[in-house]
Write a protein that binds this ligand. Sequence first.
Ligand SMILES: *[C@@H]1O[C@H](CO)[C@@H](O)[C@H](O)[C@H]1NC(C)=O
Ligand SMILES: *[C@@H]1O[C@H](CO)[C@@H](O)[C@H](O)[C@H]1NC(C)=O
Ligand SMILES: *[C@@H]1O[C@H](CO)[C@@H](O)[C@H](O)[C@H]1NC(C)=O
Length: 380
Amino acid sequence: MAALKNYTLCTYAILLTLTFCYSAMASHSSSQAMKGAYFPSWAQNFTPSSINTNLFTHIYYAFLTPNNVTFKFGIEHTQALLLVDFTSTLHAKNPPVKTLFSVGGAAEGTVLFSRLAADSWSRSNFIHSSIEVARKFGFDGVDLDWEFPQSSQDMVNLAFLLEEWRVEVEKEASATSRPPLLLSAAVYYSADVLFDGPPRAYPSASISKNLDWINVMAYDYHGGWDPSATGAQAALFDPTSNVSTSYGLGSWIRSGVPRSKLIMGLPLYGRTWQLKDPTLHGIGAPAIDVGPGPDGTGVLTFAEVVKFNKDNKSKVVYDLTTVSVYSVAGTIWIGYDDTTSVTVKIGYAQRLGLRGYFFWAVNGDYKWKISKRASHLWSL
Ligand SMILES: *[C@@H]1O[C@H](CO)[C@@H](O)[C@H](O)[C@H]1NC(C)=O
Ligand SMILES: *[C@@H]1O[C@H](CO)[C@@H](O)[C@H](O)[C@H]1NC(C)=O
Ligand SMILES: *[C@@H]1O[C@H](CO)[C@@H](O)[C@H](O)[C@H]1NC(C)=O
């Protein structure tokens, strides 16, 4: 409510004094700001110690996956060492950050989670094991990354899972006199999942009640799965469809999840295409394939995009309509976010009264440029 009031206040105040309005809003936003980022444990040449913790408040270890028969985590010796290194390094940094481990991820898919959530025995095994792993390895919380519930029944089961998880987390906290573990989830960009089957709504009441926050994955709107046209993979606005961050965040707000529990996702990577005709290079231009990127995925980290643009003398275009950036070199087209588009998105998220933002993924930045800009803006 405070955020809403500030927003209304701003609408009037903007006529009088921009400065006042800005500081009134910013002080609200910074009170419990969330500056998150996922750490891909498979990243080469990037360790927890390389993370500049001045720029983040929460770092997620990606990913752990429970066993598909017992639904408990089986942590092998080498992984145990990595987990201990992750939490101890990040807690010992100055300033320290909170650590969560994230469960699942895009590569895991949906089937394991559908089975896990479907009955109370598997839910209970998973929940108890997640709490045990978090405490044993020194994490502050657990993040569920189920991509994505496939049916309305999955959504109902997800609600049960979150409900039971919260109960056990509170029980454990009072039994051990420790602060409860944090519980979060990475979710689809909109409160209704709109692809691969019938539209299905997330259980927003259970989410609001049982999770500390959700990470809204506001990216991957376009990519190699549609190689026929370029696209702004994390467009803030799209006048021609609902596939945009403004629509997604609006749908989460309409679903009833409190703004203080909504975290806007920002990509530290771009998606590439090969243009059909180098002279036609707008957003939605005809393409024949994905462009550069390992394994033919057409994905480059922001740091790789910066290098590519420099090496190939790319033309860089900021697109006002979508609030995104693209670069063109010959027939190679790359859509991504830079400090400019992120600046506009941060302003948008603050005006909505959201709690903060997170990045996928922390190793993608170029000299911490985007992370620094975002952190600075949210702290103003
Ligand atoms: C469980 O995982 C194993 C090893 O990855 C796989 O061979 C098996 O098919 C999976 N079982 C189920 C029920 O998904
Ligand atoms: C966008 O969403 C709104 C409300 O959810 C709906 O009424 C409208 O039909 C959607 N538009 C498109 C192009 O799908
Ligand atoms: C652009 O530069 C990259 C190195 O950053 C190089 O690998 C690639 O071949 C170049 N691509 C084109 C189309 O020139």
